[in-house]
Design a binder for this molecule. Structure first.
Ligand code: G4P
Length: 296
């Protein structure tokens, strides 16, 4: 992980600069790979991406698909297909889906290459750029595409990196630095989802509040997985009186089970919140998609 990169403060000036830069870079490329988080394809999409990339061919990568519900991911792929956008489920950690993405790049560009070839340009290169909001897995995906170990990527502070094209097959070149786009700031629901999946650094959020809201969400939508993970039962919850706030009660039970207790027996809310968020983000609670097609 690159220090600071998810701590970017997206003030309007910064957004404008980023947008200009990407529009500039787009002039050099043939096809854009937009990385979304498979667990939240709407919340993790940059709000202006459609406008920015309107004139370009595009593939959507639903990354971190190893953490998402497989059936829901398939529905999302169908959803994008109906909009005539090719979407591919990828796990950039294991590399699953990366080859398929390259194959799709070739397929989508086939016509252009034929056109170029008819005009006498036989060696037309396809140039790709990867973009997405922070933490969706852009660097991991790029590293996978070019078979590079992540240790080699680290941007050195203070050194402005030159744009570099890396050849990844005989006719495909990839820009080795991704376009980092700003996330949505539309409403609380989106902000919470972005916090659950780790877009917003924990230092910048109230971890306890986020974990509490996540528990509430899971209790409503993924109770089975939640209860299994922390060995909770309805009997156990019903036996506790008074029961004013069931979510808080669940949080307290998890804290007890996980030893998130401060000396004196008080609940360590910081600690239990970190456990819950980490369990969710690493898929330990289950493969959970936060946004469903149609009712996301
Ligand atoms: P970015 O360039 O878009 O900001 O994302 P980056 O590749 O740095 O990936 C962010 C985190 O997500 C990394 O975890 C990375 O290992 C993880 N990641 C990327 N792709 C996948 C995937 O397909 N599946 C899973 N499960 N994880 C993926 P990290 O280094 O631990 O960072 P952090 O968790 O401390 O932020």
């Amino acid at each position: 992980m690159n220090e600071n990169k998810t701590n970017i403060n997206w003030y309007p000036g910064h957004m404008l600069k980023t947008k200009k830069q990407i529009i500039e870079d787009l002039k050099l490329i043939d096809i854009i790979i937009e990385i979304l988080d498979a667990r939240a394809p709407i919340a993790s999409q940059n709000p202006e991406i459609k406008d920015i990339t309107a004139s370009k061919k595009k593939i959507i990568v639903l990354n971190k698909s190893d953490l998402a519900n497989e059936v829901e991911t398939k529905k999302w792929i169908e959803h994008f297909k109906m909009k005539e956008i090719k979407a591919i489920a990828v796990d950039a950690n294991s590399g699953k889906g990366v080859k398929e993405t390259l194959k799709q790049v070739q397929d989508i560009m086939k016509e252009e290459i034929e056109k170029a070839s008819n005009k006498g340009r036989v060696n037309k290169n396809i140039r790709i750029m990867v973009c997405g909001i922070p933490n969706v897995g852009k660097s991991s995906f790029i590293n996978r595409m070019i078979n590079r170990k992540s240790a080699e990527v680290g941007n050195r502070p203070g050194v402005t990196k030159q744009k570099q094209w890396v050849r990844i097959s005989n006719n495909i070149e990839l820009l080795d630095t991704p376009g980092v786009l700003w996330p949505k700031f539309e409403n609380e629901d989106i902000a919470l989802k972005l916090a659950y999946i780790g877009t917003i650094k924990d230092e910048l959020i109230d971890k306890t509040n986020i974990a509490y809201n996540l528990l509430k969400y899971l209790e409503k939508n993924n109770k089975k997985e939640l209860f299994e993970r922390y060995k909770l039962t309805d009997e156990e919850i019903n036996s506790i009186i008074p029961k004013e706030n069931e979510t808080l009660l669940i949080m307290n039970l998890i804290a007890n089970k996980r030893g998130a207790i401060i000396s004196g027996g008080e609940i360590d809310y910081e600690k239990v919140s970190a456990i819950i968020l980490n369990d969710f983000r690493t898929g330990k609670i289950g493969k959970i998609t936060l946004e469903k097609v149609n009712n996301g």
